[in-house]
Unconditional design. Structure first.
Length: 111
């Protein structure tokens, strides 16, 4: 078969090709920062339920939100609150149920 017969059956139309043009979006219509939102939710849940895994996930989402943040979308209050919740959840989950006046738990067995 020659290349001429292959081109005759080609269904593509090069005249109908147009470059993709992205729609311009207003800054107030931009989607929210989902990393920061889920970091807040996980941090709050980890703080109330004292789950270490949720607290670490919240801290990772907080860092991911900070890394992916654009300069024009800078919302420092949401990042600060998600960082606060994630770190306080980590501290409270690792400290456990310590009460004032109780001795610190020791790793050595009592004699």
């Amino acid at each position: 078969m020659s290349s001429n017969t292959l081109l005759q059956g080609d269904p593509r139309r090069p005249g109908d090709l147009h470059p993709f043009v992205r729609e311009q979006m207003a800054p107030e219509d931009a989607p929210g920062d989902w990393y920061a939102f889920f970091s807040l939710v996980l941090g709050f849940m980890a703080f109330t339920m004292k789950w270490k895994e949720m607290a670490w996930g919240s801290l990772l989402l907080c860092v991911g939100s900070f890394v992916n943040m654009k300069a024009e979308d800078m919302n420092t209050t949401q990042i600060a609150m998600s960082f606060f919740f994630s770190t306080s959840a980590l501290v409270s989950s690792y400290m456990g149920n310590m009460r004032p006046g109780m001795p610190m738990p020791s790793s050595a067995p009592a004699p």
